[in-house]
Structures are given as structure tokens and as C-alpha cells.
Design a protein around this ligand. Structure first.
Ligand code: PEP
Ligand code: MG
Length: 589
């Protein structure tokens, strides 16, 4: 069966689209082999030299990781480099080290053999965890483990840096350290067995702008080194050993995509406005301050969502006020005069913070998260608010609270903000007293009471990633019910319309920073609903701008009126695809 699989043509595998683009090329299989370690005995007198060998391997691995961290800091900035703190923490894990040493003394087998057993035990334990963030730590453990083994064996790694020519990297997983040491010029795409849209590979691939498909589960078993494959990072598919007909089809598809990309690039300096001159704000979502380059090069009007959770991740202590301040100041200065919306800490759900020791919850997305956590821990919340306010004198900063579910929470958050303002005044520390404050609308109860909320904020930003999961009752990280995640569901569109109307009735602007705002066809409906600001990943910006520039405001309103009469999400999506796709295409470039 396996043999047959290895020569079959046109094998299509469906995974998760992590970074868009279409690539056809030869495979560089980074690692697929199960590590096979012979079970060899060691004598009592050699035990101490085995321990010394293990300690040396740990030391060399540490040096190697620090080196990679330094390189990635230089190339990609601090945000990405901090990911390696988790690797270093694992290396220093006393219980792991002691387990290896005691296993070695008890079983009297080589240190490689004992270490590999302990490593597999850790990986098994992590893979059983419910929490997505913790699950994703498996890739860090795997990476560090392999490095330690390589040092124990005295083997040279088959590193990404050894790629002789342009290749598609296929791996079980692609660790941050792999991506750090790659020669970007020789990498056509990334393809991995594991991973999700929030995994390191996906985040890195997007910011490096290299097409990627992750979560293909069996790809390293099916693919061989040097195989020809097609990577479709738009649909999240790969085709292994394509036949001539499929190759021709994808060559055309790719050149169309590249041509469209070039044309879209020309839009960079043009305004985000409709054919009849209706302007919208088209902003970018970022996780790390060093993504600003990409924000600017894609022609964003500002930053509509700066997710600040990454500050708190992969570290032992909490970030200090100074750390927050210098990051926000830096982003504000780079974006001046455009605005930067800093979202306060949105931990919980799939964003786990190890140092806060939050108890395990059955339903973390409905649990002690985001603003609920911040209101319960004003000590932590105030540090961030102080830093935002202090940085507000350096540019156009706005502050936004996640997961507001009603007016009581909003008032509590605003009261804390007010206290922080008073403290700063007492200390004679300058800040922008009129800083705009917004609420994310991502809980149905907030959407339904938007009229009340609108009276006490300066803007709304609709978080459809969460609003859809809560409204349609679908866990956003559960792949089994992913098909129910339907932004065009009439219930969702009605809810969005009511939020926009409530905002406008109360003279505040309304934006959206959920993924929905980055889909060109959906963006046209949102335009028709009157959305003022669209915020999405930098790479989606040109396409959304193109969609805006392809229609008149009137046209989009008509389309929206029509879809609001429809009964199912499928009808709406089908209608947009049939009637509207061509309108947008025609105007490309
Ligand atoms: C959202 O929920 O739509 C959103 C933008 O926030 P996050 O994806 O960070 O939860
Ligand atoms: Mg959210």
C-alpha cells in the first residue's frame, strides 16, 4: 500500500492554508525519518562519562539556540526572537534533566536511548493537553529534542541552510529555529504534517511572505526527496507528482495569481475608496512590532488591531511597564500620523500565558479571559494602560478592550483607565487626555446592546472571529465543525448591520478586525452595510483595496440589500461568487 502511494501521480492532500501563493517545484525533505536509536548497554564505570556527554550536548544545544536567536533578532526583530525563550526554558527543565540522569543510572543504557524515551514521554503528555497553545509547544520540544540528539550523536544537521537550489521545504514540523536558519532565496514554500493557522510556521510564513500549507498530517510519509509538487497556499492544498495536464492548469493559475499580485502592488499608494469616492480606512492587524515594514509596504492606512498577547508569552515573568511603553512608542512613531489601535491583553481561549497559572477550564473560550481577566487583575491591567497612555504622546494611539459583553464591564474598564489617567496626572507624566477608547464587539450580548455601549466609547471594532463562534455556537479551533464557520450566515450579517447602525446613530465610527474584513467579496457587503474601517493581515490589504476600488458605494448597498433578503449563508456566498467575483476581477490593476 505504502509503496503504491509513493509512485501514484496527482495525489491531492488537503491541509490548512497558512500563507497564500502558488508554487510548483521540487521537494527538499527536511526530516521525516523516525529516530531509530539502538538499545546499547553501558557499564557502571562509564555512567559518569554518559552524564558528562549529556551535559555537553545540553550546553552545545543552548549555544546553538542562542546563536539562532541572535540571528533572528537581527533579521526579523525581537518579537520573533522571543519565541526561542520557550526552547531555552525546556533546555533548563530540571525535572527533565533529572529524569534522564536517574533513568540512565537505573537502566544502564546509552544516554541517547534514555533521553529519547523521556522526550517521547513529554511529547505524549503535551499532545493530550486540551489547550491549543500548549499543544503547539510540542513543536518546540521536538525541535530542542532533535538538536540534543544530534549533539549526542555528533551528527551534522540536514539544515535548511544546506538547500542547494530553490526548493519546497517539506517537514513533519518546521520549527522557528529551522525557519531562522533558512536562506529565504532558496525556499519556494513550506509544507508540514502538523500545525495550525496560529502555529509558528504559519505566523513566520506570513511575515516572510512565503506560501505555506500546514496540518497535512501524512505529507512526509507520501512525499520523497526531489518529488515534484504543487503548493496551493490559497486553498491549503498540495498536489504530489502532478501529471502534465494538472501542471499546465496550475502554471496558468500561478501566472494569473502573480499577475494579479503585481497589479495589486500598484494600488499601494492609491486611496482605499470606491469608484464614486466613498472613502474607507483600510488598516492592518499585527502581532509583533516588527511587522510594521510589511504594514507599510502593503499600503495600510494604520493599524486596526495590535494584538498584545505575544508580549506575555514564552517568558517567565510579566512584561514591565517600560517594555510595553517602548514597544508602543516605537509602533506609534513608525506609523505617525496614522493611527494604531492597541488592544489590551486578550489572554484565554487559545492564547495561554504560562506565568499566570490560570486554572484549567472546561470551556476556555467562554471562561476567565480577556477583559474579564483584566478586571479581576487590575494590577496587571494598569501596567499596560499606563504604558499605552504614556506612549500616546508619541503618535496617534487608541486603546481598545476585547470581549466586552455589556455596559457594566465597559464602565469598569473605563473607570480603571480613568484611575490610571489620574495617577499619571499626579506624577506629572504627559499623555493624550483625549485618547480614543473603543470596544471590540465580539460577544452577541454586546452586539445586541451596542446602542448603549456606543454612548460610552469613541469607536467599535467588530471581532468576527469570536462573534461568529459565539453566535453560531462553534468552537473556532475545532476542525470537525469548521464547516459551520459561516460569515455569510444571515444571523451574522444582521448582527453586524445592527452594530454598524447603532454606532452611526450615536456618531461613532465602526470597524472590523476579524478575518471576515480581509475577504474581498465579504468586504463588499460590509462596505454596503456602511462599515467605516477594515483591518486585516497586511498581505490581504491590496485585494481588499482592489475590491473597494472596483465598485461604487451605491452598487455595494444594492448588493447588500439583496443578500439581506436571502435565507442561507450558502445562498449568499453562492450569489457573491457568481455575480460579484467578475465585477472585482474586471477592475484588477
Ligand atoms: C476576533 O475575535 O475577531 C479578533 C480579531 O480577535 P482575536 O482573533 O484575537 O480573538
Ligand atoms: Mg477575539
Amino acid at each position: 500500500m505504502k509503496k503504491k502511494e509513493s509512485v501514484r501521480k496527482n495525489v491531492k492532500l488537503k491541509g490548512i492554508p497558512a500563507a497564500s501563493g502558488i508554487v510548483i517545484g521540487k521537494v527538499f525533505l527536511l526530516d521525516s525519518e523516525e529516530v531509530n536509536i539502538p538499545k546499547k548497554r553501558v557499564s557502571e564505570k562509564d555512567l559518569s562519562s554518559e552524564v558528562a556527554r549529556f551535559e555537553r550536548a545540553l550546553l552545545h544545544t543552548r549555544e546553538e539556540i542562542l546563536n539562532i536567536q541572535k540571528n533572528i533578532r537581527n533579521e526579523l526583530g525581537n518579537g520573533h526572537a522571543e519565541i526561542f525563550n520557550a526552547h531555552l526554558l525546556f533546555l533548563e527543565d530540571r525535572s527533565l534533566i533529572e529524569e534522564v540522569i536517574s533513568g540512565l543510572k537505573k537502566e544502564k543504557l546509552t544516554v541517547e536511548y534514555i533521553f529519547y524515551g523521556v522526550l517521547k514521554k513529554y511529547i505524549r503528555a503535551f499532545s493530550k493537553m486540551q489547550d491549543t497553545y500548549l499543544k503547539e509547544r510540542i513543536s518546540d520540544i521536538n525541535d530542542v529534542g532533535k538538536r540534543i540528539l544530534r549533539h549526542l550523536f555528533g551528527r551534522k544537521p540536514r539544515g535548511i541552510h544546506t538547500i542547494p537550489e530553490k526548493r519546497i521545504i517539506v517537514a513533519y514540523d518546521l520549527s522557528p529555529s529551522d525557519t531562522a536558519s533558512l536562506n529565504k532565496n532558496n525556499v519556494l514554500a513550506f509544507v508540514t504534517d502538523i500545525g495550525s493557522v496560529t502555529s509558528h510556521t504559519a505566523i513566520m510564513a506570513k511575515s516572510l511572505e512565503i506560501p505555506a500549507v500546514v496540518g497535512l498530517e501524512v505529507v512526509t510519509r507520501i512525499i520523497k526527496d526531489d518529488d515534484m509538487i504543487i503548493v496551493d497556499g490559497i486553498k491549503g492544498e498540495i498536489i504530489v507528482r502532478p501529471d502534465q495536464k494538472t501542471l499546465r492548469k496550475y502554471e496558468t493559475y500561478r501566472s494569473k495569481f502573480e499577475e494579479a499580485g503585481k497589479n495589486l502592488g500598484k494600488l499601494k499608494d492609491l486611496p482605499a475608496q470606491t469608484k464614486d469616492g466613498h472613502k474607507i480606512i483600510l488598516s492592518a492587524n499585527i502581532e509583533f512590532p516588527d511587522e510594521i515594514q510589511s504594514v507599510l509596504s502593503h499600503g495600510a492606512d494604520g493599524i486596526g488591531l495590535y494584538r498584545t498577547e505575544y508580549f506575555y508569552m514564552n517568558r517567565e515573568g510579566l512584561p514591565s511597564e517600560e517594555e510595553h511603553y517602548s514597544a508602543y512608542k516605537n509602533v506609534a512613531l513608525q506609523m505617525v500620523p496614522n493611527s494604531v489601535i492597541i488592544r489590551t491583553l486578550d489572554l484565554g481561549g487559545d492564547k495561554y500565558l504560562s506565568q499566570l497559572q490560570i486554572p484549567h477550564e472546561m470551556n476556555p473560550f467562554m471562561g476567565w479571559r480577556a477583559i474579564r481577566f483584566c478586571l479581576a487583575r487590575p494590577d496587571i491591567f494598569k501596567v499596560q494602560l499606563r504604558a499605552i497612555l504614556r506612549a500616546s504622546v508619541h503618535g496617534n494611539l487608541k486603546v481598545m478592550y476585547p470581549m466586552i459583553s455589556g455596559i457594566k464591564e465597559l464602565r469598569q474598564a473605563n473607570d480603571i483607565l480613568e484611575e490610571v489617567k489620574q495617577d499619571l496626572k499626579k506624577e506629572d507624566i504627559p499623555f493624550n487626555e483625549d485618547i480614543e477608547v473603543g470596544a471590540m464587539i465580539e460577544v452577541p450580548s454586546a452586539a445586541l446592546t451596542a446602542e448603549t455601549l456606543a454612548k460610552e466609547v469613541d469607536f467599535f471594532s467588530i471581532g468576527t472571529n469570536d462573534l461568529i463562534q459565539y453566535t453560531l455556537a462553534i468552537d473556532r479551533v475545532n476542525e470537525k465543525i469548521a464547516y459551520l464557520y459561516e460569515p455569510t450566515h444571515p444571523g451574522i450579517l444582521k448582527l453586524i448591520k445592527s452594530v454598524i447602525d447603532a454606532g452611526h446613530k450615536n456618531n461613532i465610527w465602526v470597524g472590523m478586525c476579524g478575518e471576515m474584513a480581509g475577504e474581498p467579496l465579504l468586504a463588499v457587503i460590509l462596505l454596503g452595510l456602511g462599515l467605516d474601517e477594515f483591518s486585516t493581515s497586511p498581505i490581504n490589504i491590496p485585494e481588499v483595496k482592489n475590491a473597494m476600488r472596483s465598485v461604487t458605494f451605491q452598487q455595494s448597498k444594492k448588493i447588500t440589500d439583496k443578500v439581506l433578503q436571502m435565507e442561507t449563508g450558502e445562498d449568499i456566498a453562492g450569489f457573491l461568487d457568481k455575480e460579484f467575483k467578475d465585477v472585482i476581477k474586471k477592475f484588477q490593476g
